[in-house]
Write a protein that binds this ligand. Sequence first.
Ligand code: ZN
Ligand code: ZN
Length: 315
Amino acid sequence: MKKAKKVSFYQYVPLLFLLLTSWQVSAKINVIASFSIIGDMAKNIGQDRITLRTIVGPNGDAHVYEPSPADAIAMAKADVILINGLQFEGFIKRLIAASETSAPVTETTKDAHIIRDPAGGHYHFYEGKAVFHAAPFDPHAWQSIANAKIYVKNIADAFCAADRSGCTFYQDNARAYTSKLNALQQKIKTTMAAIPEDKRTVVVGHNAFRYFEEDYGIHFLSPQGISTEAEASAADVAGILKEIKRNKASAVFAENISNPRLVAQIAAEAGLSVAGTLYSDALSDPAGPASTYLAMMEHNVTTLTTAVNNGKPRR
Ligand SMILES: [Zn+2]
Ligand SMILES: [Zn+2]
């Protein structure tokens, strides 16, 4: 009988090596994005090398979001955590602490051009009740495409740090996405420049568009909380009505994250109509008109120009 050939451990080494390298190629990094806009950018840059979880999803309001135990579990397993910072995500510090995650937290607004808010914050209206959101640096920095390009760079850097072998891939994707941002920025500048001077003031429910205002020269008015009574305060509405008159505002817009009742009331009392919905702090769901950051910016510009140019989109 033939003696069975003895198999040495070393014969397995090439196989083991092959298994390890293929595992490395398929291992994705776990990425947490705090809200939908950063999530969309992360998806563009990370594509199939990342497993992405977005905490505050489409049409969600990051201000009032209550994290779930599943969020904490995901956070604990994360390799990369991407947040906006500037006190936008009220829940994030508690969630990071509770999850005991060891992943680095990237503030995507790092090195962006940040506007200091002279009022130290802005108002939200929940069921007519004014809530002051203290944020000395305006957190809505993504409303400037120039800033979005910095978000993209920060996201690519975070991915490179977590996954060195994928760095070229992330940087290539960031470059491709940035060229789309450049093209859109140019298009928006041209479109907005065509709006007549006397139609450049509009009204929104909360002050989320100051970066957009600074980049494209549209003036946004929003109600300021005067009273904190449970019912919609007549004083809050009276204040904005005076501003609308003084500035000859041309249109009022609802926002996807907030109840449209207050802006509807303002529009009715000002003799204006609600001319559409702007996306401020969250994307729409996939079937909606603002399911990506690029689509959101384009939708907002089309909605604005259509309203102030008497129903005709100006090209
Ligand atoms: Zn806010
Ligand atoms: Zn906001």
